[in-house]
Every structure is written in structure tokens, then in C-alpha cells.
Design a protein around this ligand. Structure first.
Ligand SMILES: *Cc1c(COP(=O)(O)O)cnc(C)c1O
Length: 363
């Protein structure tokens, strides 16, 4: 009898793995506000490009362009960079793994704000590196973390799960103080007023990652981009799978980038709904974190349990995100859906507030 457990790397055996938000079966009637997907469809240009790509089924026999060359050029044109400054990944999650494989040896320290994206510690543990969480207070977001001995630092900006954007002044100072690599995870930057792209020229140790899963509404296809100096991108390029991005993903992403008008129209609707939803929640006594993203983190008024509200909503086919571990356990993270979805959600929250004798499960 082989003892498999004794064969597994201790780093993997000890870790719990990443817990994604719930994904209900396709076709179910839930209002899904738990994983920050876009409530609107992707650009029709992207869908057309996919249809055309599939019309020639024979193309699927062949491997995709190994370096995602057309997509990288399209991204460079779109963001005012050179193609050598762009790397495409199978979701930005893959790019986060690639930066660790490129820059971090086992045992080295990798910092990140806590709470933030819960995939960072998972990837760091997988790499055999040391995860260094730095406490983050949303009321004082621009406190400089302790960077002593840190080889690489992940900063989510705008931040998740609170939604707060960091200023470029802060990001520039963080990059300057850090002896290692600064990764600014801009998964939500399209929803914000600004981003860190202009810092690339001044900060040689800066890597910016983006995703097509949120603003571009292409989560199903797994597409991410990294922007950095040609030197950094050249090294990261060696650490990816040889055909890391499939042909359909490359095709759709390039077409989506080409339709900035559609992107801006979608973003405007989501921002407007976010402002509406924030005002309504505040009227109902919620505390709401200022958000530059497509979600809001909010705390119910005194006497109401966030966990109870989460279950009340789930039982009524509305999924939001509840994190059971402190300091997030008293609040909810709610993705911004369509105006109609948010109006329905507000009605159900009002029912919850009005229900005087709540059953045990909702307390
Ligand atoms: C959604 C998200 C990602 C993942 O993006 P994918 O491209 O879908 O892998 C990365 N970072 C943060 C902070 C996110 O919220």
C-alpha cells in the first residue's frame, strides 16, 4: 500500500485551497451578485468574432498562436504600450501564478493586504513561499505596510473586497520603498476613475494585471493581461504554459478590446447603478464603503446580522458574498447587477428589516 498523503508536498497537504463563490447551475433563476461578474453581455463584436472563429471548425485542429501575438498587439495599441510590455494569461489568476514562479523562490516572503483577494495566500503557499499578510484598515487605506524583507507584494487596486482605490502617489511610494516586485492587481480598474498605467515608465519593479472577467464580461473564457517593462515581460514569458491562452479566448479578447465604446457604455450603466444602490442602502441605515468597482461592501444597521441577511437572501434566490472570517464577517459584498436586480434586492432587504421576529437561521 502506498501512502499517498506522505508523497504529497507538505505545502500542498497543509493548505485548504481556494474557495470560489458559489456558481449555480446554468439556467437557474437566481439573481447572482456573489462573484462580481458583469450583468451585461460582452461586446457584440466579441461574440461575432467567436462565431466567425467557430464557423471554420477546421481551425480548431491547430494550436493557437503561442504568444497571443495579435491580442498583445491589440492591447498595446489600446493602452499606449509596446507589445513587448504585454503578456496574456489564462485569466489574471494565471498571471499571478506566473509572477510568483518568475520572481519568488521557496521560503521568500510575499506580502499582501489582509483582507484582500484570498487567492494570493493560496498561490504563495503553492510556491512554497512565506505569506506575509499586512493588516488593512479601510478607514485608513494608505498606511504604508511593513515591507522589510518582502520579495514581492500584491496590491489590489481598487481594493477587494472593500472597493477602495489607492492613489498613484501611494502606489509609486510603495514601489519605491519595496526592494522587490510590486504587483498591482487592477481587476477592477476599468470601473474606477484612474489606474496605475502611467506609473510603468517611472517604476521599473511594477507589474499591473488586468482581467476580462469583470468589465469585459468574458469570465467564461479566462483572459488576463499583465503590463510591465519589456525585461519583466520577457522573463515572465518563459514561465507560462506554451499555449496558455486558447484560440477562442485570444480571438474574443482582441475583438472586445477593439470595442471600447461598448465597454464605456456598460461601465457607465454599472457605475450609475452602483451610486443608486449605495444611496438606497445608506437610506436604510447601512454603512457602505466608498467603491470604485462593480461591487459594494456594506454593513447592515445595528441589530441586524449580516450572516442572517445572507441566508435570508439565499433562501429567496439572491446570492451575495458573505465571508465568515473576521474582520469581514459583519458585512456583505454585493456585486452590482442590473438596475432591476438591485431594485429586487432592495425590496427583499426591506422585507428582512421589517420581519420583527426573525427565525433562528436569520439572526
Ligand atoms: C476576479 C479577480 C481576479 C481574477 O481574474 P481572472 O481573470 O478571472 O482570473 C484577480 N484579482 C482580483 C482582485 C479579482 O477580483
Amino acid at each position: 500500500m502506498k501512502n499517498i498523503a506522505s508523497l504529497v508536498r507538505p505545502a500542498v497537504r497543509k493548505m485548504a485551497g481556494y474557495t470560489p463563490g458559489q456558481q449555480p447551475a446554468p439556467g437557474s433563476q437566481v439573481i447572482k451578485l456573489n462573484t462580481n461578474e458583469n450583468p451585461y453581455p460582452p461586446s457584440p463584436a466579441a461574440v461575432r468574432a467567436l462565431e466567425q472563429a467557430l464557423a471554420d471548425g477546421d481551425r480548431l485542429r491547430l494550436y493557437p498562436p503561442p504568444t497571443s501575438s495579435s491580442l498583445r498587439q491589440a492591447a498595446a495599441d489600446c493602452y499606449g504600450l509596446r507589445a513587448e510590455q504585454v503578456l496574456a494569461g489564462n485569466g489574471s489568476d494565471e498571471l499571478l501564478r506566473i509572477v510568483l514562479d518568475t520572481f519568488v523562490d521557496p521560503g521568500e516572503k510575499v506580502g499582501f493586504l489582509e483582507p484582500s483577494y484570498s487567492l494570493y495566500p493560496v498561490l504563495i503557499q503553492l510556491r512554497g513561499a512565506a505569506a506575509v499578510p499586512c493588516p488593512f484598515d479601510w478607514r485608513q487605506p494608505e498606511q504604508m505596510p511593513d515591507l522589510e524583507g518582502i520579495k514581492l507584494f500584491f496590491l489590489t487596486s481598487p481594493n477587494a473586497p472593500y472597493g477602495i482605490a489607492f492613489s498613484n502617489k501611494f502606489i509609486k511610494e510603495l514601489a519605491a520603498r519595496l526592494d522587490g516586485i510590486l504587483v498591482v492587481d487592477e481587476a477592477y480598474a476599468d470601473f474606477a476613475a484612474g489606474n496605475a498605467l502611467e506609473l510603468l515608465a517611472a517604476c521599473p519593479n511594477l507589474i499591473i494585471t488586468r482581467t476580462f472577467s469583470k468589465s469585459y464580461a468574458l469570465a467564461a473564457l479566462r483572459i488576463g493581461l499583465a503590463f510591465a517593462s519589456p525585461e519583466i515581460i520577457g522573463e515572465m514569458d518563459k514561465a507560462r504554459d506554451s499555449y496558455n491562452l486558447d484560440y477562442l479566448a485570444q480571438t474574443a479578447a482582441a475583438a472586445a478590446l477593439g470595442d471600447q465604446e461598448y465597454l464605456q457604455a456598460t461601465l457607465a450603466r454599472i457605475r450609475e447603478t452602483r451610486e443608486f444602490f449605495q444611496r438606497e442602502l445608506q437610506h436604510m441605515g447601512f454603512t457602505v464603503c466608498p467603491s470604485a468597482t462593480n461591487f459594494l461592501f456594506c454593513w447592515p444597521p445595528a441589530g441586524l446580522s449580516a450572516a442572517g441577511l445572507y441566508r435570508f437572501l439565499a433562501d429567496r434566490q439572491i446570492l451575495v458574498r458573505y465571508f465568515a472570517a473576521p474582520p469581514l464577517d459583519r458585512g456583505l459584498r454585493i456585486s452590482i447587477g442590473t438596475r432591476e436586480q438591485m431594485a429586487t434586492l432592495l425590496t427583499v432587504i426591506n422585507q428582512f428589516i421589517a420581519e420583527e421576529d426573525k427565525p433562528d437561521g436569520y439572526r
